[in-house]
Design a binder for this molecule. Structure first.
Ligand SMILES: O=C(O)[C@H]1O[C@H](OP(=O)(O)OP(=O)(O)OC[C@H]2O[C@@H](n3ccc(=O)[nH]c3=O)[C@H](O)[C@@H]2O)[C@H](O)[C@@H](O)[C@H]1O
Length: 432
């Protein structure tokens, strides 16, 4: 019988005085096991921290929509960031564009780069609509030397790092959860992007030294159920019809707070139903085009008593001009390192087209341009966030920014249809 045969099967019953040698052996083996498992545990913790720079766990519905920050940092990454943000024109500005792979973000980034400004993009590439369209926009921007960092505006560590690498003079904040109807399906995503994300960005901007001037996307939807037209910036904005509108309105109040406490220069732009090439597949003009071409029926909403539903559709190039003029006229923030040194600029502008068009007319224009008759299904405007009409008064933007829209819906849709046909005939499938 060997010594080991004496070890009782139940360790707790082992008697030290009876077998001191075996006891020592057990003690050594326990210590070895303890050390081994401690190393494994430590290793797992290290792997977890090194692999996720964004340590905030996200709610499952948000993580599903791929909002996690992918890996960033390191000398090669910093070099790309610096090179993309390098100003090439005399008196140029360096701009961090959030939501750069989005519809407006792509157009604004490209326009800034064209005039020699430094541009760095940031986008989380979530799957609210077909991410492959966002990747195509990214490829387009890459060709003109714009790098889009893949990350979420809620990732303050990443934002801080970006400001350490580049002293941005301006932020064009376009990252948002858009869409008025989707807010009933996924309300959390609106709070996450439009409120928490905006605060996270402002926190980093307020601590930056120098603080950047910020221009950001509000929305025509803040006018909610107002009946007085055209909508003016002086009108009330306290009756939002959707959670989307409510989060944009909250953004305007949050902007006031950061301007008041920290001296951040902030300009909010109330966009009116922006459309055009590289647009958003969740918007009516886009999916109407897709469905008309497929022979699928489309639903056209009508207001009470068969009333017309109309929008002040605004072409993307006009919006881009308004964005650039806002950046160019933005005064510097007055604070530094989180401290206010004096009062700073706080502005809100309508950027619309000033000529509302009934949705039924939008459909007629599409039918003519696509040379296909739409199968129409008329339905009462559902109570899901939609408002019956929008109409912008743009006198303030005209005066302060020199903003003057020049593209009517017919001309703008022609450009959109041309892009749509060429993009989706190139092997891409319209989805989302
Ligand atoms: O200005 C804004 O701030 C917002 O503009 C946009 O919202 P909206 O003006 O509602 O655009 P969009 O959905 O294209 O519906 C257009 C019209 O088609 C009607 N509509 C819509 C769907 C449908 O099936 N049938 C229909 O008639 C519908 O009733 C409406 O009259 C952005 O999506 C939003 O993110 C925000 O930026």
């Amino acid at each position: 019988m060997s010594h080991l045969d004496n070890i009782p099967s139940t360790p707790g019953k082992f008697k030290m005085e009876k077998s001191p040698y075996i006891n020592r052996l057990r003690l050594h083996s326990s210590l070895a096991k303890l050390t081994f498992w401690s190393f494994v545990f430590l290793g797992l913790i290290l792997i977890f921290f090194f692999r996720s720079p964004s340590s905030n766990p996200l709610p499952s519905d948000l993580s599903r929509r791929s909002l996690r920050t992918s890996s960033w940092g390191g000398p090669a990454w910093e070099k790309r960031v610096r090179s993309s943000a390098r100003v090439r024109a005399r008196n140029g500005i360096s701009v961090l564009v959030t939501g750069a792979a989005g519809f407006v973000g792509t157009h604004v980034s490209a326009a800034l780069k064209r005039r020699g400004d430094g541009v760095l993009g940031l986008d989380n590439f979530n799957d609210y609509y077909d991410p492959s369209l966002k990747r195509s926009r990214q490829a387009l921007l890459e060709r003109s030397g714009i790098f889009i960092v893949e990350g979420d505006i809620n990732d303050e560590a990443l934002l801080k790092k970006l400001f350490e690498v580049v002293a941005f003079t301006h932020v064009m904040h376009l990252a948002a959860q858009a869409g008025v109807r989707y807010a009933m399906e996924n309300p959390g995503s609106y709070v996450h992007s439009n409120i928490a994300g905006f605060v996270s960005l402002l926190e980093v901007c307020k601590n930056a030294n120098p603080q950047p001037a910020i221009v950001w996307a509000s929305s025509s939807s803040v006018y909610g159920l107002n009946t007085k037209v055209p909508f003016s910036e002086k009108d009330r904005t306290d009756q939002p019809a959707s959670l989307y509108a409510a989060t944009k309105k909250a953004g305007e109040e949050i902007a006031h707070t950061y301007n008041h406490i920290y001296g951040l220069s902030l300009t909010g732009l109330r966009f009116f139903t922006v459309y055009g090439p590289w647009g958003r597949p969740d918007m009516a003009y886009f999916f109407f085009t897709k469905d008309i071409l497929k022979g699928k029926s489309i639903t056209i909403f009508e207001a009470a008593d068969h009333g017309t539903v109309a929008r002040d559709f605004t072409y993307i190039d006009d919006i881009v001009k308004g964005c650039l003029a806002s950046l160019d006229t933005a005064e510097k923030s007055t604070g530094s390192g989180g401290k206010k040194k004096g009062s700073a600029q706080l502005r809100v502008f309508n950027l619309g087209n000033t000529s509302p068009v009934p949705v039924s007319d939008l459909v007629s224009i599409l039918e003519r341009q696509l040379k296909v008759k739409a199968k129409k299904n008329i339905m009462k405007l559902p109570r899901n966030g939609d408002v019956p009409f929008t109409h912008a008064n743009i006198s303030s933007a005209q005066r302060e920014l020199g903003y003057k829209p020049t593209t009517d819906l017919q001309t703008g849709l022609k450009k959109f249809v041309r892009w749509y046909l060429s993009y989706y005939s190139g092997g891409k499938k319209a989805s989302g």
